[in-house]
Design a protein around this ligand. Structure first.
Ligand SMILES: NC(=O)C1=CN([C@@H]2O[C@H](COP(=O)(O)OP(=O)(O)OC[C@H]3O[C@@H](n4cnc5c(N)ncnc54)[C@H](O)[C@@H]3O)[C@@H](O)[C@H]2O)C=CC1
Ligand SMILES: O=C(CO)COP(=O)(O)O
Length: 360
């Protein structure tokens, strides 16, 4: 292959190296070796920290090829290079994968303004949203606005630890216009154990991935209160209804069939049974709401971050600013429980749910 052909290859950088970020890098790294259109090397930006051994996390990853803190025991692929220097990690990259917890994305984007190639394409794997003075803003919009780049999303029933062990799962890419770009992203991620479908519903896919974390918190409360399978199924059904109604009010173009893709019902089920939001919310309810989520997160997740509690707050702000409380009792109550205004047992308010369903 000559030098000219090499410069035309797509160069990938992964922004984030947490639990899912590391698994995403592993998936991508297996494909960059398989397909000639991609450069082999995958740069993974690491928000660096010092390990108890005194070693830097980025050095440990490069020496062992394992993210010893966020994904222990799993080899990422020799072509994954951990890079603590953000500017250096994205240099020359024309495919950027954003996968930080959502609360950090704005700060990261600010640091990237003016540093990226003009032809850069972006995908966000981040589940969350921001509430701004002029209303709610999805993470893909935060990224596209700040970087002036087109941004797809990839969401799905994707518990990272299971995909790391190469157990089969599916994911959904949401795109707005450019199918060719979406298909290139699908090629970058798909493996025999990770099946990726691209659909033209950016907003729907991202809203599903974001809102299911609020329902997962509710499912955790139900588990902590030992209310059983029927109650949990009811919470999942009511939650899905609120997800659909909320998504359509924010974005009327959201497609009905999106809720039946991996990003929809499948992710909701996976997270309500196997996710971190569920697990920490269960502990919160077991402690009768007396221990704050922040403390439980620090104690139980070893540096990993919850998205559901802050998303519940952002969703609550949308409900408040639009006077939508009556139509979304589950979303509303999750936030009120999280901040200690109601006990965990308030999650089951049968009458509120039925009244709301008459409205939505
Ligand atoms: N873990 C999972 O199973 C899945 C996660 N997701 C989503 O992917 C996104 C990222 O999640 P994970 O990779 O699991 O991360 P994580 O929950 O493991 O978060 C920890 C990461 O945040 C970084 N961090 C801490 N402080 C920071 C700062 N000030 N600035 C920038 N980074 C900082 C840490 O270095 C670490 O890389 C989230 O939106 C999550 O909802 C999506 C699907 C599955
Ligand atoms: O989004 C996820 C699975 O698709 C992971 O959910 P948690 O953040 O609750 O672990």
């Amino acid at each position: 292959m000559n030098a000219e052909e090499i410069t035309e290859k797509y160069k990938v950088a992964v922004i984030g190296s947490g639990n899912w970020g590391s698994v995403a890098a592993k998936l991508i790294a297996s494909n960059t070796l398989n397909y000639d259109i991609f450069h082999d090397e995958v740069r993974m930006w690491v928000f660096d920290e010092t390990l108890p051994s005194g070693e830097k996390l980025s050095d440990a990853i490069n020496q062992t090829n394992v993210n010893v803190k966020y994904l222990p025991g799993i080899e990422l692929g020799k072509n994954v290079i951990a890079d603590p220097d953000l500017d250096h990690a994205v240099r020359d990259a024309n495919m950027l994968v954003f996968v930080t917890p959502h609360q950090f994305v704005e700060g990261v984007c600010k640091r990237l303004v003016g540093k990226l190639r003009g032809d850069v394409q972006v995908i966000s794997l981040i589940k969350g949203m921001e509430f701004k003075v002029d209303g709610p803003c999805m993470i893909s919009s935060v990224i596209s606005k700040q970087l002036g780049a087109c941004c797809c999303v990839l969401m799905g029933a994707n518990i990272a630890d299971e995909i790391a062990e190469e157990k089969f799962s599916e994911a959904t890419i949401g795109y707005r216009e450019n199918k060719e770009v979406a298909e290139r992203w699908a090629r970058l991620f798909a493996t025999p154990y990770f099946s990726v479908t691209a659909i033209q519903d950016l907003e729907g896919v991202e809203l599903c991935g974001t809102l299911k974390n609020v329902v997962a918190i509710a499912a955790g409360f139900v588990d902590g209160l030992e209310m059983g399978s029927n109650t949990k199924a009811a919470i999942i059904r009511i939650g899905l209804n609120e997800m659909r109604a909320f998504s359509k009010r924010l974005s009327p173009s959201v497609r009905e069939d999106t809720f039946f893709e991996s990003c929809g019902m499948a992710d909701l089920i996976a997270t309500c049974f196997g996710g971190r939001n569920r697990k920490v919310a269960e502990a919160f309810a077991i402690h009768g709401g007396q221990r704050p989520f922040d403390d439980l997160e620090t104690e139980m997740l070893q540096g990993q971050k919850l998205q559901g509690v802050s998303t519940a707050r952002e969703v609550y702000q949308v409900l408040e600013s639009n006077r939508w409380f009556d139509s979304f009792p589950l979303f509303r109550t999750v936030h009120e429980i999280c901040i200690g205004n109601k006990p965990p047992s308030a999650i089951v308010h049968y009458n509120d749910f039925r009244k709301a369903e008459d409205k939505i």
